[in-house]
Design a protein. Structure first.
Length: 510
């Protein structure tokens, strides 16, 4: 305890003496201090000295001595909660396909990057593998560094996962009558329930101006026809009291709570709340006990050409879950039959990543995206601070624009991921380091190049000024041609779709 007080005093003196530099790690205020709310004072910078970076996996913090005289040279830090959302990219694609340019406020670069398949190695059990690689851009001394995290394969998990208890909260307000909203949700639910196991359970809650539990928690085995009838009975009506829907959904989930099962609330809505409580923090406060005591997380599925992106994203982030966007039948098939099953089980709770850049080789850095997921650097090992919930079959990718020192050679960065075991809450860590950057971006791994194209495209849609744009960002035409080349190399239809979407954006800009 005395050593902890000593450390706190030392840190306080460092702040008072102005030793904390403006940076990107963990979010900073105008004075350069890390703040838990994720606000930041600049795009580039340096940050608070890193704690010791463990090599491999640690089961607890007790074995680490933060006050060791052999402590490493202070590093530049970046800390964020893991995020596997993809809604921003899906909604941008639909908006551009309809001939409209998306609002820059809805563009979250990390969700563009995380919409594409990766080829990282995967672990055998719970937790993550960590991959760190890099490539040089066309700008002098600027590189992109990629931190890739992967959980165990979803295919390996399908037979051993615990039963699921899923409470579907369905928006049946008037706006959901538009084709591709409620009808798409019904089709998707029908397909998904056909694929769930007999020992899984489903509940159904609807909301318009009021909320109603249409179906209490019901086992699939022997009751599929009853569940199908409840889905078929849904019809759009009245206004959107999303707060009432979420509150009733969580209450229904608690009433039908199954010990030993994975309990989830799945919200399907256009998130155009216009009745009752429309503040996401207030809504989540009312279901806080259900979330924290019972570990019931929120999976948000957005639909509709007009979509309340900010509300849904905030609900999912603070509800220990994530969001996806469904624009059509193909998306619905992927979300409800592939992505949702991946979230029936968890492999990690409150997962956070911290990247420590070496001051001997790195001059500046910028985390691309994750604006709403920044975590104070000192909170990396504080397990009371929320991180991200991640399931099997997931990958998480973070890209950094990094300016190296002229002629720099040697160690560049160490990335560490920390998570809690989903059952025991025991903390674990795993790390990997990047020692050198040999290739240019066009020579890098094709999947790395796809990530770069997606990040550059998001940056262009944000309409950033010349001073703030990502170093080495190509033109829209160059990005589209690059994506076409990568689609040929990877034989990946989603990469071809990226090229088509970039061209749509380019034509709107002309």
């Amino acid at each position: 305890m005395e050593r902890q007080r000593t450390r706190q005093v030392v840190l306080a003196l460092a702040v008072a003496g102005g030793l904390l530099l403006t940076g990107c790690g963990g979010g900073e205020d105008s004075g350069g201090k890390s703040s838990a709310d994720g606000s930041r004072g600049g795009s580039y910078g340096s940050a608070f000295p890193a704690p010791d970076q463990p090599r491999g996996e640690q089961d607890s913090d007790e074995s680490r001595d933060h006050d060791s005289p052999d402590r490493e040279t202070p590093d530049l830090l970046s800390t964020f909660a893991l995020d596997v959302d993809t809604a921003s990219y899906g909604y941008a694609r639909r908006t551009l396909a309809e001939g409209r340019r998306p609002d820059p406020s809805t563009i979250r670069p990390e969700e563009f990057v995380n919409s594409f398949r990766q080829d990282y190695d995967r672990p055998d059990g719970n937790g993550f593998t960590v991959t760190v690689d890099g490539a040089r851009t066309d700008r002098d001394d600027w590189s992109l560094i990629r931190v890739g995290l992967a959980t165990r394969s979803a295919e390996e998990d399908s037979d051993r996962r615990p039963p699921a208890a899923l409470t579907f909260v369905i928006d049946i307000s008037g706006s959901m009558s538009e084709p591709g909203r409620l009808d798409l949700a019904q089709q998707s639910l029908t397909t998904m329930t056909d694929r769930l196991r007999d020992d899984d359970s489903v509940a159904l809650v609807t909301f318009s101006d009021e909320a109603e539990t249409v179906l209490p928690m019901t086992r699939l085995g022997g009751h599929r026809e009853r569940i199908q009838e409840a889905v078929d009975s849904l019809e759009p009506t009245y206004s959107t009291n999303l707060g009432a829907g979420v509150e009733t959904g969580y209450r229904t989930a608690v009433d039908g709570l199954r010990e030993g099962a994975t309990n989830r609330v799945v919200l399907i809505s256009d998130a155009l709340a216009n009745d009752g409580d429309t503040d996401p923090d207030s809504i989540l406060d009312r279901v806080d006990t259900a979330r924290r005591e019972h570990g019931i997380t929120l999976f948000g599925v957005g639909v509709g050409s007009d979509y309340g992106d900010a509300l849904m994203e905030r609900l999912a982030d603070k509800g220990d879950g994530h969001t996806v966007y469904v624009s059509g039948a193909d998306d619905a098939e992927k979300v409800f039959c592939e992505q949702l099953p991946q979230n029936i089980d968890l492999t990690a709770r409150d997962a956070k990543a911290q990247v420590a850049f070496d001051p001997r080789t790195v001059r500046q850095f910028r985390l691309i995206g994750y604006d709403n997921r920044r975590v104070a650097d000192d909170d990396f090992r504080d397990d009371r601070v929320d991180g991200g919930e991640v399931g099997p079959g997931h990958t998480v990718t973070a890209l950094y624009a990094v300016r190296t020192e002229p002629g720099a050679d040697g160690h560049l960065a160490t990335a560490t991921v920390r998570w809690q075991d989903p059952d025991t809450r025991a903390p674990h860590e795993r790390s990997a380091a990047l020692e050198t950057i040999d290739d240019s971006l066009r020579e890098a791994n094709p999947r790395f190049q796809v990530d770069a194209v997606a990040a550059y495209f998001a940056d262009a849609l944000r309409d950033t000024s010349t001073d703030d744009r990502l170093p080495g960002r190509p033109s829209m035409r160059e990005l589209a041609d690059w994506a076409d080349e990568l689609a040929d190399r990877t034989e990946d239809g989603t990469v071809r779709g990226l090229a088509d979407t970039i061209r749509q954006a380019r034509h709107l800009a002309d």
